[in-house]
Ligand binder design. Structure first.
Ligand SMILES: *Cc1c(COP(=O)(O)O)cnc(C)c1O
Length: 368
């Protein structure tokens, strides 16, 4: 059996590891500066131990408390919504639109109006750029401003993606990115909160380091968290940031490989940039399979790839359909459920080699 081809691996080299790491108190600051410089020094960044903790801190900084409501894109990974429950707040899930597969501005506004009518104005909106595809950002920002609701931008999968020449992660009141294993660059687990000013960043770091007051002894007047990134991972992060552009190019080339492979095949729809305002990092290449036209199902393709020891995976199951979240409110139709039924993520790692591409092509061509 040939080696397994995974869905989304990136290579991490540990060559440049500093030997005097224990003395290097600046490892975290250096990493934060490299992310701030990526965001053209218009943002202040707090490096954390995960994207999930970044979302949690964003919710706390947005004033989300027990029994508040938070509007949240339904078609996403569960980490987007779990922190809402950490705050004992309630998610209200919103369906996707067809172009970018991200939150539908129409349903978002319908939900806001209805929640206000019911006397429960939402405290925050979490929107996502899923699979690295920017969402309908102008429309979403406009709605958030119109109703004065804090906007949290989950760019965990979209580091390197851009909208109208501006970087994803920089559009919300807070942005979050992730350096988890499968993301476009990785620190073996890590994340960051993107803030608009130093005050917010300071508050985030304070909360992330057990909320220690200024005193010579350990004094605490608030509940804090152990959410700071470790120095070791921060040092890896600084070298990984240098690989970001290269990795984006590799992921985008993967996407082109699949576009060429499926050229002329009817019944396959790619997630693609709606117009040239959108630049996806193509973190994962995703397709929808229309069984009637293609003559095979999503499951057929998964089994064929699996038989050849190649990993693929259905799209995210919408959160409003997840057992843990079915009791929460949902505004929308059946767009995200439809995507889940027929959609597939293809192997998209930045470490795929020529030989892997050949194997993937051979495997898929058996079905075509
Ligand atoms: C990975 C991911 C997260 C969470 O990031 P972690 O670093 O794994 O905690 C949040 N949202 C989305 C959409 C993700 O893909």
């Amino acid at each position: 059996m040939p080696n397994r081809i995974f869905l989304s691996n990136s290579e991490i080299s540990l060559n440049s590891f500093s030997e005097n790491l224990m003395d290097n108190n600046d490892a975290i600051l250096t990493f934060e500066e490299s992310i701030e410089s990526y965001f053209e020094n218009e943002k202040k960044v707090a490096a954390l131990n995960s994207g999930t903790s970044a979302i949690h801190l964003a919710l706390i900084l947005s004033g989300v408390k027990s029994d508040d409501e938070v509007l949240c894109q339904s078609f996403t990974y569960v980490a987007t919504a779990n922190p809402i429950r950490y705050q004992n707040a309630n998610p209200v899930f919103i369906d996707s639109e067809k172009d970018t597969w991200n939150i539908s501005p129409e349903y978002l506004e319908i939900a806001i109006k209805d929640r206000i009518l019911k006397g429960k104005k939402p405290k925050a909106i979490i929107f996502v750029h899923l699979y690295g595809m920017p969402s309908k950002i102008d429309e979403i920002v406009k709605i958030a401003r119109k109703y004065k609701i804090t906007l949290i931008e989950d760019a965990a999968e979209a580091l390197g993606a851009e909208y109208k020449g501006k970087k994803c992660g920089s559009f919300g009141d807070f942005g979050i990115i992730s350096f988890n294993n499968n993301k476009i660059i990785s620190t073996f687990g890590g994340g960051a909160l993107i803030c608009n000013n130093q005050k917010e960043k300071d508050k985030a770091v304070f909360l992330a380091t057990q909320a220690r007051d200024k005193a010579s002894h350990y004094q605490h007047s608030e509940i804090g968290f152990n959410y700071r990134i470790s120095k070791v991972l921060a040092q890896i992060g600084s070298t990984q940031m240098l690989k970001l552009h290269g990795n984006i190019a590799l992921r985008r080339a993967n996407n082109q490989f699949y576009l060429d492979l499926f050229k002329g095949i009817k019944g396959i729809t790619f997630l693609k940039e709606p117009n040239d305002h959108y630049l996806s990092n193509h973190w994962l290449t995703c397709i929808l399979i229309n069984e009637r036209i293609a003559g095979f199902t999503r499951e057929d393709l998964i089994s064929q790839l699996e038989e050849d020891n190649i990993e693929s995976r259905p799209l995210w199951k919408p959160l409003h359909s997840q057992p843990v979240f079915t009791k929460y409110k949902y505004y929308g139709g059946n767009i995200s459920d439809g995507l889940f039924k027929t959609g597939l993520c293809l192997p998209s790692g930045s470490n795929l080699k020529q030989n892997d591409f050949e194997r993937i092509a051979r495997s898929i061509k058996k079905l075509l």
